[in-house]
Write a protein that binds this ligand. Structure first.
Ligand code: FNR
Length: 361
């Protein structure tokens, strides 16, 4: 029985090739940050209000023009066909059915056009909410073409991942010899289109030479909202404002890039402070429970993303699994709001969160 996200991880672990399980579950180096993300939430307590609730609670949000049924979105994760044959098609259908925003990874194993078509077909009566995650490529012409593709496919915001000047190093992957996708799987958004014909597939280039000038370049080349994913230093948050960025997704890549950075929820108050309400701050990393969502929103996040929980749902039970993971998080969020005496997300304020004294968390 799937009662919570953890149950999905357990089933996924038994279903998946251990090499692929490790690829998803693992983090960089000693995995200090990977663990810190979940622990960060566990060290925070909730202090509920009483006698002020509501029979029906409002969970819906509007973010960068996308309406969503809840403030939980699907953070971009690569290679969904590694864990389920339907890959991103199944994920997109489940997200659309749940009314959740899906951030399609640039490294998806299904082309963004097909992901969008699957989402649209799942909810013919409304527009599914899709955003596109981008690693800026030093080849700007290619980057521009990719942005155009994602925009034409129906993605309505760009999430630019900036924490990957080089690839983080997972020692699990190294030990397992996992370096490449198996035969038949490709990053379909990296396929060159020559005269409309699918051609060879490029590799994603991580470049340490990317700079704020590239963000400015992107700003000039798209009218879509731009979010930066992976800004951790408050000074960079202030720089992002100056460079016309529309939002931040506070993320440490699920502990997969630089190990030993703080958990995202620990950094959240500082980052919210740094942008001073001028742009929304979203957060991902370690969100596994409705209580985690409430803690992040109370501390000022506009929404949270989930990475691994979606992949566990997909691996365990395909489209149905992802759908159930999203439903569970929604139910837990609603239940937590009720127990906190909150009628809507607006009632979530920082005074509802307390830091558990050290050593007792
Ligand atoms: C990721 N993440 C990620 N981020 C990104 O910007 N582009 C990507 O292609 C991927 N791919 C990816 C694959 C897998 C298997 C994982 C687990 C993660 C990071 C992801 O967007 C997100 O930041 C974290 O997953 C959030 O942490 P949790 O929810 O997994 O704890």
């Amino acid at each position: 029985m799937f009662l919570n996200v953890r149950d999905f991880e357990e089933v996924a672990r038994t279903r998946l090739d251990p090499v692929y399980y490790d690829y998803v579950a693992g983090g960089a180096r000693d995995e200090v940050t990977l663990r810190a993300n979940e622990e960060g939430f566990q060290r925070l307590s909730l202090l509920p209000r009483v006698l002020r609730g509501r029979e029906k609670r409002e969970l819906d949000v509007s973010l960068f023009g996308s309406r969503a049924s809840m403030p939980v979105l699907l953070s971009p994760t690569a290679f969904h066909r590694l864990v389920h044959p339907e890959g991103e098609l199944a994920t997109a259908r489940a997200a659309a059915a749940a009314g959740a925003i899906m951030i399609v990874s640039m490294a998806s194993t299904v082309a963004v056009e097909e992901v969008a078509a699957a989402a649209r077909a799942a909810v013919p009566d409304r527009a599914p909410a899709l955003w596109f995650q981008l690693y800026l490529q030093p080849d700007l012409e290619f980057t521009e073409a990719l942005v155009r593709r994602a925009t034409e496919a129906g993605c309505t915001a760009l999430v630019v991942t900036v924490d990957s000047p080089v690839l983080g190093l997972s020692e699990r992957n190294k030990r397992n010899g996992f370096t490449d996708l198996p035969e038949g799987l490709r990053c379909e958004n990296l396929r060159e289109l020559r005269g409309g014909e699918p051609g060879s597939v490029r590799q994603i280039v991580m470049s340490p030479e990317l700079s704020w000038e590239h963000v400015d370049w992107l700003r000039r080349h798209t009218s879509l909202p731009i979010l930066l994913k992976g800004v951790l230093h408050p000074e960079d948050a202030r720089l992002a404002l100056r460079h016309g960025v529309d939002g931040l997704l506070l993320s440490n890549h699920g502990g997969r890039q630089l190990d030993s950075v703080p958990s995202t929820v620990d950094l959240l108050p500082e980052m919210v402070d740094a942008v001073g309400g001028r742009i929304p701050v979203l957060l991902d990393g370690g969100v596994r429970r409705g209580t985690d969502v409430v803690k992040a929103l109370a501390l000022g996040a506009a929404a949270v993303g989930v990475g691994r929980p979606v992949v566990w749902g997909l691996a365990a039970d395909g489209e149905r699994g992802v759908r159930r993971v999203l439903e569970l998080l929604r139910e837990e969020l609603d239940h937590t709001l009720a127990l906190c005496g909150a009628g809507s997300l607006r009632d979530l304020t920082p005074d509802l969160v307390r830091r558990t004294p050290a050593g007792r968390g």
